[in-house]
Design a protein around this ligand. Structure first.
Ligand code: SF4
Length: 362
């Protein structure tokens, strides 16, 4: 039963009165009948739940499922992930983007093995202390695997609650984050936190969708405030528009026909820890100048394609240049000489994979 104080708090904070248990029971009933069958919903193992949650951040379910199954097969135990070489983990992650997730996953697996004797931590605080685990992921693992009453708030839940309660505090403000978390916590069924949380996210994903929400068939439409005055499109409110930066990258494939130069990227910034080719960057469209090619003395370079690539805050135009040399030489500690036939062993950004698939010289 919902506590009286909770009714009061939510009434004060959001200016209305609602039968909270009815809300949660309605969406749980809907969830049982309509949920999608997904592999991570068949397990209560916190390690697999964690894997799925990290993989699914910023990733579509269709794409994430293949990666989840791949990781589960390669590393059925957290110790196996912990003991794997970083290059191997990044190679498996290749194509998913946001590579810091893979590095954090690897670091956290090591910590679980070393500090928690391989047992996945079972308190919210310990779970949240793992590298790369924020409030959302910790709440998901705590509720799905351990039945702890921590409400999840992801993009789907922001939209669902934002409309349901007509909360106009921007979701990307500190106050907004606090308010939505508080609302989500008050709406939750503490007896069934896992099912409640799954139902909240599935509702946002399948019913209270970004465009054309399915209000007519929504199980809580009778108490939805945005549905009442047809203001669904106004919620949730966002403060800032993301500024997109244009980047012009030029990659040099320095090769003697059998080998080429790869460069390991630094451990910070985009594509951290992955391998790419020596590169030159400009702020506007232009051809690489002789002086920018540096000490390599590449008298002739030949264009081998231009690719556009979108990241969350960056629009990249990448041009690839073939520079044929008689003898390959490195000029930087991060550079290595590798056989063209062995390129598959090196984790690379998706942009380079796209190029390698199209290029006629590989
Ligand atoms: Fe979302 Fe419509 Fe349901 Fe309200 S009635 S929660 S806007 S789907």
């Amino acid at each position: 039963m919902l506590l009286f104080e909770q009714f009061q708090t939510i009434s004060q904070n959001f200016g209305f009165f609602i039968q909270m248990p009815d809300f949660s029971l309605s969406i749980q009933r809907w969830y049982r009948q309509n949920k999608r069958s997904l592999p991570w919903r068949e397990t209560s193992d916190p390690y697999f739940i964690w894997l799925s949650e990290v993989i699914l951040q910023q990733t579509r379910i269709e794409q994430g499922t293949a990666y989840y199954l791949k990781f589960q097969e390669h590393y059925p135990k957290v110790e196996m992930l912990a003991n794997a070489p970083e290059d191997e983990v990044l190679r498996l992650w290749q194509g998913l983007g946001y590579y810091s997730r893979a590095r954090n996953l690897h670091a956290a697996a090591k910590r679980i093995t070393e500090e928690f004797d391989g047992e996945f931590p079972s308190t919210f605080e310990d779970i949240q202390s793992l590298k790369g685990v924020g409030d959302y992921t910790a709440s998901a693992i705590a509720s799905f695997a351990f039945g702890l009453p921590h409400a999840v708030v992801d993009g789907n839940v922001y939209r669902f609650i934002g409309r349901y309660l007509k909360i106009d505090t921007p979701i990307d403000s500190t106050e907004g984050k606090k308010q939505f978390k508080e609302a989500a916590q008050l709406l939750m069924d503490p007896k069934n936190p896992g099912t409640h949380n799954q139902a909240m996210m599935e509702m946002g994903s399948l019913v209270c969708t970004v465009s054309n929400p399915q209000c007519a068939s929504c199980p809580v439409n009778e108490s939805c405030m945005a549905f009442e005055d047809n203001s669904q499109a106004k919620y949730p409110v966002k403060l800032k528009k993301t500024k997109v930066r244009n980047r012009y990258l030029h990659f040099l494939i320095v090769t003697d026909g059998k080998q080429l130069i790869l460069k390991k990227r630094p451990s910070k910034g985009i594509w951290a820890g992955l391998y790419d080719f020596p590169e030159i960057e400009y702020e506007k469209k232009q051809r690489p100048t002789k002086s920018d090619l540096g000490k390599r003395e590449l008298s002739e370079i030949e264009k081998d394609g231009t690719f556009k690539h979108l990241l969350s805050h960056q629009k990249i135009e990448a041009t690839f240049w073939i520079a044929k040399v008689d003898t390959i030489q490195t000029f930087d500690q991060a550079e290595i000489i590798v056989d063209i036939d062995g390129l598959d062993d090196y984790p690379m950004p998706q942009l380079l994979i796209r190029y390698l698939e199209k290029s006629t010289i590989f």
